[in-house]
Design a binder for this molecule. Structure first.
Ligand code: XMP
Length: 327
């Protein structure tokens, strides 16, 4: 019979069989559900021979780093290396407004940071030629079907060659979730004792808040957006709407200003866009009919509590024609 406990047990056995008695594994954590559950399973299977790597690119939402560093580690006992890469990412993103350019920079820097950490983790072992190591990925069944593929090996030796990895450091992929759907992954995660904030998390794009700032990404703008996003999330959760909402991007229109009147007088601040959507698979989406009272609370709190924001607007566009994210 299908129970989360049975599935977890058999997946753990499979990982043990694949990695063997001495194999070392690396897993990149994004803060998302899939990588967290995959890492938790592998940790159960091989303990400290798994090292999780978390690249903090400075584009995360409020509380996400703590969720990984404290809650995930407390729940799993996993060995975690955090890479502090905020200043590198912000430096590379300086002056860049184009959405695709942002994505490219973030993707490139992410691989660099990850490789750097992997080199350190594997350290001497890689140098002495224990060539085959394992890379854990949170690939789900729909991803497997989509890519038409089997699992295999990955070579993260980069074309840009900055990580200092040995040239032929190839990884065998460990993909314990490759036969599961999202809801099954969540059930397994709960079975492994992961906290609800991680297991029930809504999708969040890899490039993070950078693609929710329309305009250049700066530390100051990130701080503004982070506060607005935290308020929106808090109030949507409080209103019991998480089950209805697929995700709710909160977007800062950093290149737009409008006139407002706040406190002592005239302000000239930025708009925040709320983009709550309902969806099955993110391929299409409808804008969520969030009750007016909830919108009112979010709007009032954001304009009261977040400096430089004097207007909150609601995105009432379906996908298509609008994408879920603004960039
Ligand atoms: P769009 O904006 O294309 O988003 O309607 C569809 C889903 O994909 C997520 N998304 C991304 N995820 N890297 C990611 O990992 C990205 O560059 C990216 N862009 C969009 C988005 O949050 C939504 O769930």
């Amino acid at each position: 019979t299908w129970t989360a406990a049975n599935i977890a047990e058999s997946l753990i056995e499979d990982v043990r069989a694949q990695v063997g008695e001495n194999g070392l594994a690396i897993c990149g954590l994004s803060g998302g559900v899939d990588s967290a559950v995959a890492a938790a399973l592998v940790q159960r299977a091989i303990g400290d021979r798994l090292t999780c790597v978390f690249v903090d690119h400075g584009l995360l939402r409020a509380g996400e780093r703590e969720q990984v560093q404290q809650d995930f580690v407390a729940a799993t006992g996993a060995r975690l290396v955090t890479v502090d890469a905020e200043s590198v990412f912000l430096g590379e993103l300086a002056g860049v407004s184009d959405p695709e350019a942002k994505r490219k920079i973030i993707g490139r820097e992410f691989i660099r940071s990850f490789e750097g950490a992997v080199t350190e983790v594997l350290g001497d072992r890689a140098a002495v030629g224990d060539k085959v190591e394992f890379l854990v990925q949170g690939t789900l069944y729909p991803d497997v079907v989509e890519s038409g593929g089997g699992s295999g090996t990955a070579n993260i030796k980069s074309h840009h060659n900055v990580g200092g990895l040995p040239d032929d450091l190839e990884f065998s992929l460990v993909e314990p979730l490759r036969l599961l759907f999202k809801d099954e992954v969540r059930a397994v995660g709960r079975e492994l004792g992961l906290p609800e904030e991680i297991v029930a998390r809504q999708p969040f794009p890899g490039p993070g808040l950078a693609i929710r700032i329309v305009g250049e990404v700066t530390g100051e703008r990130l701080a503004i957006l982070r506060r607005a996003d935290a308020i929106a999330r808090e109030e949507l959760t409080r209103a019991g709407l998480d089950g209805q909402i697929w995700q709710c991007p909160v977007v800062l229109l950093a290149d737009v200003r409008s006139v407002g009147v706040q406190g002592d007088g005239r302000t000239y601040g930025h708009p925040i866009v709320l983009r709550p959507v309902s969806s099955e698979d993110a391929m299409t989406a409808d804008w969520t009919r969030v009750p007016y009272e909830v919108l009112e609370t979010i709007s009032t709190r954001i304009t009261n509590e977040v400096p430089d924001v004097n207007r909150v607007v609601l995105d009432v566009t379906s996908k298509p024609p609008g994408t879920i994210e603004w960039e």
